[in-house]
Design a protein around this ligand. Structure first.
Ligand code: NDP
Length: 296
């Protein structure tokens, strides 16, 4: 294997430690950063995510407010909870765990969140701010990817970057962040012609597709830095489930200069960036200096 493994677990732990230090500094100034997480329904994966967010929030010395609502909650009740959280000065960040039950309109719910508390960075105001180069709260997963890229490469200026995937939560904001870093950015998607050839151009390749091991080693430019956002559950040889990325790790690692593993790459950065966004939101809310380097 030629590639350096980008250790998201170690870098995520370091970021969480930094956030905890900064949170202690804010607490000393009388501000305890607070994150409210809203979970509607009993989806098992969502319950696990919410529990791990709560644990990480408390470990970072922040306040955690958890709101679990029954699956049948109607839009009016959910929106009134969000209005209360928007008005609560102890809450600096609000996250509504997705997916919501089908009868609820996720876009309407997200847009009800005060953009200054939108630590997921999904509000149209934050998306627009990112796209127009203004101060924003940036979606956690692409922010984490950017930090991994910076760690490996330093400056990204002039680099040929390809993002595979154009979702609002990963692909598009990732491309915006790379553009902000002065990379030359291509966004590929399911209708792109000759995807292997597009990928082969990339010095920086970010895969956010949701297709197990789609991107093979012979799609990778030698020496490229590969960030694999995908989390796909597949059956292993012995029938047990295992997680794989959107990149075929073994063949890609023969060619790439550096690559993130799945698990242990992007995932741990996502939750660390959620804490970083909460800290940033708390500092901004109180007009305190923002810790540097946490907003990408
Ligand atoms: P979406 O399903 O919203 O978007 C997938 C994108 O990939 C779409 O733009 C789609 O194109 C494109 N795509 C699908 N199939 C192909 C193909 N065969 N060739 C080229 N492009 C294709 O997914 P998300 O962005 O939400 O997530 C992507 C992956 O990242 C998933 O595996 C998800 O689990 C993972 N993820 C991981 C996180 C983490 O913390 N590590 C956080 C968030 C997501 P089109 O627009 O044309 O349909």
């Amino acid at each position: 294997m030629a590639a350096e493994i980008i250790d998201g677990r170690a870098l995520g732990a370091a970021l969480r430690a930094r956030v905890a230090d900064e949170a202690a500094r804010l607490a000393a100034a009388g501000v305890v950063p607070g994150l409210a997480v809203v979970l509607v329904g009993e989806e098992p994966a969502s319950r696990v995510y919410v529990a791990s967010k709560r644990r990480a929030t408390l470990e970072a010395g922040m306040a955690s407010f958890e709101h679990r609502l029954p699956a049948g909650t109607d839009a009016a009740d959910l929106l009134s909870l969000i209005a209360r959280l928007n008005a609560d000065p102890a809450v600096h960040g609000i996250l509504v765990q997705l997916p919501l039950p089908a009868h609820l309109d996720a876009a309407a719910v997200i847009h009800a969140i005060d953009p200054a508390k939108d630590v997921d960075g999904f509000h149209i105001s934050n998306a627009g701010r990112l796209a127009t180069g203004q101060m924003a709260l940036v979606p956690c997963t692409p922010l984490g990817c950017l930090m991994l890229l910076r760690h490996r490469l330093g400056s990204l200026a002039g680099a040929e970057a390809v993002v595979v995937g154009r979702s609002n939560i990963v692909g598009k904001p990732m491309a915006q962040l790379l553009l902000r870093e002065d990379a030359t950015v291509t966004i590929a998607h399911s209708r792109s012609r000759d995807l292997p050839a597009v990928c082969r151009r990339a010095e920086i390749l970010v895969a956010a597709v949701g297709r197990a091991e789609l991107i093979r080693g012979d799609w990778i430019r030698p020496g490229a830095t590969v960030i694999d956002v995908g989390i796909n559950r597949v059956a292993g040889a012995d029938g047990t489930a295992r997680l794989v990325g959107d990149v075929h790790f073994a063949s890609a690692a023969e060619v790439a200069g550096a690559i993130t593993p799945v698990p242990g790459g992007v995932g741990p950065m996502t939750i660390a960036c959620l804490l970083a966004n909460t800290l940033t939101a708390a500092a901004r809310a109180h007009g305190l200096p923002e810790p540097e380097g946490l907003t990408g």
